[in-house]
Design a protein around this ligand. Sequence first.
Ligand code: PMP
Ligand code: GLN
Length: 380
Amino acid sequence: HSARLDGLGTTIFAEMSALALRTGSVNLGQGFPDTDGPGAVIEAAVEALRGGRNQYAPGTGVPELRAAVAEHQRRWYGIELDPDTEVAVTTGATEAIAAALLGLVDPGDEVIALEPYYDSYVAVIQMAGGARRPVTLRPPDFRLSVDELRAAVTPRTTAILLNTPHNPTGAVLTREELEAVAAVAREHDLVVISDEVYEHLTFDVPHVPVATLPGMAERTLTISSGGKTFSFTGWKVGWATGPASLVQAMLGAKQFMTYTSGSPLQPAIALALGLDDDYYASFTQRMRSQRDQLCDGLAALGLEVFVPDGTYFVTTDIRPLGFDDGLDFCRGLPERAGVVAIPHQVFWDDKETGRPLVRWAFCKRPEVISEALDRLSTIR
Ligand code: PMP
Ligand code: GLN
């Protein structure tokens, strides 16, 4: 393989989901729900499939989805966007992240990113020829250190890659933390790429889009997707919003990666974005109750649990159980207990801190979480 893939290996999500399948384990690893999203959204996709919407969409996405994304940003955050120039549809948030970095980062540029890093960030920064500069979120609170952020800026810094709510820690950046990020971005004239795929998964704390802070709308590319919010992770319908110049840079790369994204699923996600407040509230409520069930259960087993404010993941420290290496622990867990989880250390440069941490997904039905907890009762 090419040098740009050096050291990237196989994504941990593929390894752990394959392990779950092979061993018949309960999969609390890869973050996908075990229940489909709303039937009306599926019907809308079927209608589009039967209704002849099967040829290429425009490169920016079908008009009704761009309009729905713009309306969603207005409805929830008061952000005004021109759906023709400031919204673009992508093949999942993953493509938006990749195309944004490839479209904005030159070889030798530095990108500041939150460590632990969602795995595609490391890979794509490397493929773009850039270098990552961590700002590390450490247990137990996973808060952002403003001093560390300031110290990470160099003359080569081009962009700050944010993720809030944050995978894998479950931290939700506070308005104060985001204001510090915004101040640094404005001072050093940096672009912010903000991955907000868990925007509707916060529990008792607000999600603050960094684009809503003063002076940030013009320098922020915000990324999200329908996968998490509507439980259609396999559909891979994502989008990027922001000033036309940043959306254009992202599209400049996207046009030669996939050209356009799948047509018939786009009107269905447009419909989903327009669902009433009850849909969003009950989705969050369900995930909160599953969070509590899993966190309580893992704590009862003796793990140190860092209860998340957002996402559908909880991080634990396995040392109270007498283990110290999360990768070994997760690779042995199917055999010991018939459960799969995700070792944190693959997301860390600071292996020391990441080693004993393990991430568990709670986007699973309560009976599945119960079953996993029963099986785990033997791990001590
Ligand atoms: N960013 C983060 C932080 C994620 O957890 C995920 C996981 N799905 C993605 C991006 C990718 O989203 P998509 O499936 O829409 O490509
Ligand atoms: N975002 C999900 C997770 O963190 C799925 C990632 C993936 O499969 N690439 O588990």
